[in-house]
Design a protein. Structure first.
Length: 382
């Protein structure tokens, strides 16, 4: 064999090895892409909630069905919920006779305790370990406007000493602006600001038909409005693939858009402030002290810098400022949970569902028990 033949043979072997490597890499990438798509499909299709959990309401849009019990399955959990005859979640730890101060806790699915058992919500844990009586009046999907109407409906008969309004800054401030929530295909009441305060619209709530003021397509559109996404050509290519989106989220640092928020969300913040003042006035007439608890979602705690985290940081700051302006005690649970997650191995949020785990509810309970009173001038931070 000549030197030329030997060199040609080496080139062929090198070319074959390079081709084999490319084929193997391509197969691995294809396998990873198919696996991620299968996993995402499995998680998305894993949720099942027994029928009848909520029912239509002409004023609130929907409410929990009295005397309902059922199972909620998800990739992250498998739990049961029990609704009392009064239409609120059953709490086995709630004292039968009033003990200490009676505190009504009003929120959405995070405070209701979606994903945990009846005795694992932070409200139930407060009843078990505290010295007061807590009543969970939270309804999944409710925003501040619906919570305001629920408080007005409930206070006269319940007559609590305190009302704790849990503001979830993930979507409450956005949903207040629309006649349908971002993440739920059901109509709701809508307040519009008038010269004398918020004016109630869209009541009776329609069962079907075109929404009075429909929400944007998704959270990104709601947060960015008409502002461009500013994604590069490569980012748009990556978005087409599950593996590409994973790499983008891991390797690409999100742009800081927080400077745009004050102007964009000024109407939403004015509406929230007006609703908060309405709740304060009705609570005062019922001789109940109003307190604000600010709660954020998983991305705020686990993904600082993400677009969702940027928005929630802005929302939390604005809600706390609105509370201080009205001299309301305001508790910053969002910052506390972020700090706790950074220093604790416990998972405080479900990885895929995004609601608080039992560990998350336990941390909230422990923190609230340590601080029975909060300064209205300076929100607590851990």
């Amino acid at each position: 064999m000549t030197a030329t033949d030997t060199m040609g043979s080496r080139r062929k072997r090198a070319l074959f090895r390079a081709l084999a490597i490319c084929v193997s890499l391509g197969a691995a990438l294809l396998g990873a892409e198919l696996f991620l798509r299968w996993r995402q499909h499995t998680i998305a299709g894993s949720e099942h909630l027994d029928a009848g959990f909520i029912r239509y309401d002409p004023v609130l849009g929907w409410r929990l069905t009295p005397a309902w019990t059922g199972r909620h399955q998800h990739y992250d959990f498998d739990v049961h919920y029990t609704i009392k005859t009064d239409g609120f979640r059953f709490d086995p730890a709630q004292p039968k006779d009033r003990r200490g101060r009676l505190i009504a806790v009003v929120g959405d699915s995070f405070t209701f305790g979606l994903g945990v058992e009846d005795d694992q919500t932070f409200v139930s844990l407060l009843n078990r370990d505290g010295t007061n009586t807590f009543v969970n009046l939270s309804v999944p999907g409710f925003s501040t406007d619906q919570q305001a109407l629920l408080i007005e409906e409930t206070l006269p008969s319940l007559r609590p000493d305190e009302v704790w309004l849990v503001v979830y800054v993930g979507n409450d401030l956005l949903d207040n602006q629309y006649s349908r929530p971002l993440q739920l295909n059901m109509a709701k009441p809508l307040f519009e600001l008038g010269p004398d305060g918020p004016v109630l619209r869209n009541v009776p709530v329609p069962r079907s038909g075109q929404p009075l003021r429909p929400p944007p397509a998704d959270l990104a559109a709601a947060v960015l409005g008409d502002a461009p996404q500013r994604s590069s050509r490569w980012e748009r290519v990556l978005d087409r693939f599950a593996l590409g989106r994973l790499l983008r989220d891991t390797l690409v640092s999100p742009e800081d858009r927080s400077a745009e928020f004050p102007e964009r969300f000024r109407p939403a913040m004015h509406l929230f402030a007006a609703l908060l003042d309405r709740i304060r006035q009705h609570s005062g007439k019922a001789r109940a002290e109003l307190k604000i608890l600010v709660l954020a979602g998983r991305s705020f705690v686990e993904e600082p810098g993400s677009l969702s985290s940027q928005y929630q940081q802005f929302g939390a700051t604005e809600v706390l400022a609105a509370g201080r302006k009205l001299s309301l005690p305001s508790w910053d649970l969002a910052s506390m949970l972020r700090h706790e997650q950074q220093t604790s191995p416990r998972r405080l949020y479900f990885r895929h569902d995004g609601h608080l785990t039992f560990e998350g509810h336990s941390i909230v309970k422990e923190w609230l028990l340590e601080r029975p009173g909060a300064s209205p001038a300076e929100p607590l931070r851990r």
